[in-house]
Design a protein around this ligand. Structure first.
Ligand code: IMP
Ligand code: MG
Length: 171
């Protein structure tokens, strides 16, 4: 069954354009590396970087959460590391969704240890649980509903990443 649409492709496109302008205004000038978290961020990041009109490099971190796929433990395994050092660079970390914020906290600590000039975070979706979490995200696309969402890169057991909209799988 096709997931029920919550955020349309058109609404996503409008919001991603606005986010990109906000990011371009707020990020300090200087060398920028945009780091996408695989695999969930691949579609969001590809739209986002094309709307940020500045010189940048793009890199990726492959991560896998330990344990249950729908509940974060905050302990992630790096399955694929960055391809280049980030020392002295401004980093924008791009994630699909933050729930508890534990995954982002772990990745931020990992990046900070490598001596970047700055690290900012951007997520397409943030759940309300993030407010009590260990990280304050700099750029948020949409507040996520209290449900497991899929599409536009986000998966449920690896399915639905290719949907052009964000939706929810009906039970
Ligand atoms: P956190 O560590 O609790 O913030 O969880 C973040 C990670 O859990 C994300 O990178 C997603 O892979 C996954 N996740 C959390 N909520 C959802 C959801 O509603 N749909 C798809 N993946 C989710
Ligand atoms: Mg993810």
């Amino acid at each position: 069954m096709l997931p029920r649409e919550l955020i349309s492709a058109a609404a996503i496109a409008t919001r991603v354009g606005a986010l990109a302008r906000e990011i371009d205004h707020k990020l300090p000038p200087g060398p920028l590396t945009v780091v996408g978290v695989l695999r969930g961020a691949f579609i969001f990041m590809s739209d986002l970087v094309r709307a940020i009109p500045r010189e940048m490099t793009c890199d990726f971190l492959g991560v896998r959460s330990y344990g249950d796929a729908t509940v974060s433990s905050g302990v992630v395994e790096i399955t694929s590391d960055l391809s280049a050092p980030i020392a002295g660079r401004h980093v924008l970390l791009v994630e699909d969704i933050a729930d508890t914020g534990l995954t982002l906290r772990y990745l931020l600590d990992l990046l900070h240890a490598r001596g970047p000039a700055s690290v900012h975070t951007c997520v397409l979706l943030a759940k309300s649980t993030l407010e009590e979490g260990p990280v304050k995200v700099d750029f948020v696309g949409f507040e996520a509903p209290d449900a497991f969402v899929v599409g536009y890169g986000l998966d449920a057991a690896q399915l639905y990443r290719n949907l052009p909209f964000v939706g929810v799988v009906e039970k």
